[in-house]
Write a protein that binds this ligand. Structure first.
Ligand code: NAP
Length: 272
C-alpha cells in the first residue's frame, strides 16, 4: 500500500483525504491519504521524516508552503512562485535523486479550472485581487497562459512586488479596481474576503457579462462575488474547481495516470 498525505497546521478540516481517496478507489489504486500536523517550525523535518518512512507523496498547505522549498528540489514553476504545495518522493525512492521533487499545483488548479469552463486565457486582460499565496499562483498561471495580468492588493507594495516577478504584469492598490475589472475579461479573487462572510472585494457595478470570474474562496461555495458576477451575466467558477484541479494535478504527478476527475469532484462536493 502507498501512503500519501498532507502537512499543514491546522489540517483537521481538510478536504484532500476524501478528494484523493475517491481517486484511488475509482482507479483501484491501493493507497491511503492521511493528514499530518507538524509544529510550525518543522516543515523540513517533516519532509525528511516522510522520505525516511517511504511516504509516496505529500501535499503542503498553510503555513508550510514556503518553508518546504528548502527541503525539496523545486521545479521551475514552484521556484518562480516561491511556494511548494506538492512533494513527490518517487525520484528518491527510485534512487534518482537525493531530495524529493517539489511542485506548485495551485497554479495548475487556476488554469485547469478555467479550461474546464471553456474559458480561454491567451490574449486576455486578467485582474488578480490579492497578492498572498493564492494570488501568486494565480498571477503566474494566468501570465504563463498568455494573459496580461494586473495584480490589485490592499497592501499596494505586495502587488507591485508580485507583478515584478511575473511576466507581462503590473501591480497596484485597490483604488482603481473597478476600472480595471470593467476593462478585463478574467478576474480572480485571491483574497480571503467573502470567506465565512457576506462581503466582496470587487465593486458590484464593475462586473459585466464579458467577464469570467474565479473565486479562490470555497467556503461558502457561492460567495457574494460569484452571486454578483452571475447576476451581471459573467461566467462563474467557484473555488472548489481550483481545489479540485490542484489535487487532480498532484494525483497525476504522483501516480502517472489520468485522474478520475468526475469521481474526485463528486467526493469533494459531497464533503463541502
Ligand atoms: P494569504 O497568503 O494570507 O493572502 C491573503 C490575501 O487577502 C492578501 O492579499 C491580503 O491582502 C488579502 N486580504 C485579506 N483581508 C483583506 C481585506 N479585508 N480586504 C482586502 N484584501 C484582504 O492567503 P492565501 O493563502 O493566498 O489564500 C487566500 C484565499 O484563497 C483564502 O480564502 C484561501 O482559502 C483561498 N485558497 C483557495 C485555494 C483553492 O484551491 N480554492 C487555494 C489556496 C487558497 P494584504 O496583502 O493587504 O494583507
Amino acid at each position: 500500500m502507498q501512503v500519501y498525505g498532507l502537512i499543514g497546521n491546522p489540517v483537521e478540516h481538510s478536504l484532500s483525504p476524501p478528494l484523493h481517496e475517491a481517486g484511488y478507489e475509482a482507479l483501484g489504486i491501493d493507497a491511503r491519504y492521511v493528514t499530518f500536523e507538524p509544529g510550525i517550525d518543522d516543515a523540513a523535518a517533516a519532509v525528511r521524516g516522510a522520505t525516511t518512512l517511504g511516504v509516496a507523496g505529500l501535499n503542503v498547505t498553510v503555513p508550510f508552503k514556503r518553508d518546504v522549498l528548502d527541503a525539496v528540489d523545486p521545479d521551475p514553476l514552484a521556484e518562480r512562485i516561491g511556494a511548494v504545495n506538492t512533494v513527490d518522493f518517487g525520484p528518491v525512492r527510485a534512487g534518482d535523486a537525493d531530495q524529493p521533487r517539489g511542485y506548485n499545483t495551485d497554479a495548475a488548479g487556476v488554469r485547469r479550472a478555467f479550461e474546464h469552463h471553456d474559458v480561454a486565457l491567451d490574449g486576455t486582460d486578467a485582474v488578480v485581487v490579492g497578492a498572498g499565496g493564492a494570488g501568486r499562483a494565480a498571477a503566474f498561471a494566468l501570465a504563463d497562459a498568455g494573459a496580461s495580468v494586473h495584480v490589485a492588493n490592499r497592501t499596494t507594495e505586495r502587488a507591485v512586488d508580485l507583478a515584478g516577478d511575473v511576466p507581462n504584469a503590473a501591480g497596484g492598490g485597490l483604488d482603481d479596481l473597478a476600472t480595471r475589472v470593467a476593462d478585463a475579461n478574467v478576474l480572480v479573487n485571491a483574497t480571503t474576503v467573502g470567506m465565512e462572510e457576506d462581503a466582496t472585494p470587487v465593486p458590484t457595478e464593475a462586473l459585466h457579462a464579458n467577464l469570467a470570474v474565479l473565486d479562490a474562496v470555497y467556503t461558502p461555495i457561492e460567495t457574494r462575488l460569484l452571486a454578483d458576477a452571475a447576476a451581471a451575466g459573467a461566467t462563474t467558477v467557484d473555488g472548489a474547481w481550483m481545489l479540485l484541479f490542484q489535487g487532480v494535478e498532484a494525483f497525476e504527478r504522483w501516480t502517472g495516470r489520468d485522474a478520475p476527475v468526475e469521481a474526485m469532484n463528486r467526493a469533494l462536493r459531497d464533503h463541502l
